[in-house]
Design a protein around this ligand. Structure first.
Ligand code: NAP
Length: 278
């Protein structure tokens, strides 16, 4: 019989939107699927892997995205490029995927943001890496800005090794200057509870035609609000969070969704998040 239990694993894994979003996605697709939370740290993986193998599939969050790889039979192309897995499908083989890049690209597409031209990416962590690699693969001219330019240089060098045509300049966030087709924030600056903070100056923001903020709590950060007030097109991170979950269901069940149902789920997830955090 097909395995229909799914989960998210992470450590520590306090509040997570994953069960809410994935349960809805099973319902919308007309698929049976139970979805739970497992607190698993990397050093517990050897003893927990048998139980994880019994699931139909699972999502992986920090700090297990690399640690899970030795327990899988195969990685798909993007997971291999990133060296990171956030979704596993257990079938005749255990295959690892990363759906963050898909979630990011779908969020831009759904927000009518064309992914081309001059792009500024703020930050040097996991989300920045996703934005950077995808921008490089899309042939964008990239400025990678960080509070520590050495970290930006390190990440840029890594990207060029993997994607040799990548066109990347680096700078300090405070020196960010120029006309950008898209500014993508990949720092937690402006995230709950520090919701009055903004990762770039208003002057730098005023020259950006489109803005994407990875932050999904709050639904609209100050960065998004100010970008909209400037007349820019702006999309927040809840869209990416939901679209990366959609990509997991495409992998598990080949599920197909109606865009209006996903837009409603983005709004409902924001309302659910308010119940959890406020
Ligand atoms: P991460 O790996 O910890 O990286 C955070 C980055 O932000 C680092 O480069 C860090 O710089 C920088 N940073 C932190 N505080 C800063 C400050 N005050 N000023 C300037 N830079 C600062 O985190 P992540 O996983 O990339 O996540 C970043 C944000 O994206 C979080 O808010 C997360 O919730 C969100 N996110 C959303 C999605 C989604 O689906 N919407 C997916 C992934 C992440 P240092 O290295 O110098 O500390």
């Amino acid at each position: 019989m097909q395995k229909r239990n799914f989960a998210v694993i992470g450590h520590p894994i306090g509040h997570t939107m994953s069960p809410f979003i994935h349960k809805r996605l099973f319902e919308l697709a007309g698929e049976k699927g139970d979805y739970t939370i497992f607190d698993v740290s990397p050093h517990e993986l050897p003893e927990k892997i048998t139980a994880l193998n019994e699931l139909g599939g699972y999502n992986i969050t920090i700090p297990n995205k690399q640690a899970i790889i030795p327990y899988l039979d195969r990685l798909d192309k993007k997971a291999a490029l990133y060296g990171s897995v956030n979704t596993v499908k257990n079938g005749s083989v255990r295959e690892g995927f990363t759906t963050d890049p898909d979630g990011f690209l779908k969020a831009l597409e759904a927000g009518n943001i064309s992914f081309s031209g001059n792009i500024a990416i703020i930050g040097c962590g996991g989300a920045a890496r996703t934005f950077l690699y995808e921008a490089a693969l899309a042939g964008c001219h990239i400025t990678l800005a960080a509070r520590d330019v050495n970290k930006a240089d390190f990440l840029a060098k890594e990207a060029v090794q993997k994607i040799p045509h990548a066109d990347i300049k680096t700078c300090l966030i405070s020196d960010l200057n120029g006309d950008f087709d898209l500014l993508a924030n990949a720092t937690p600056v402006g995230m709950y509870p520090h919701i009055d903070n903004m990762p770039v100056s208003e002057k730098a923001l005023s020259k950006c035609r489109n803005v994407f903020d990875a932050i999904y709590n709050p639904l609209e950060t100050v960065l998004i609000k100010k970008a909209k007030a400037n007349g820019s097109n702006a999309v927040g991170g809840m869209s990416m969070l939901v679209w990366q979950a959609v990509a997991a269901h495409e992998i598990w069940d080949n599920s197909v969704y109606n865009i209006s149902d996903i837009n409603q789920l983005i709004l409902d997830s924001a309302a659910e998040m308010k119940k959890i955090f406020y």
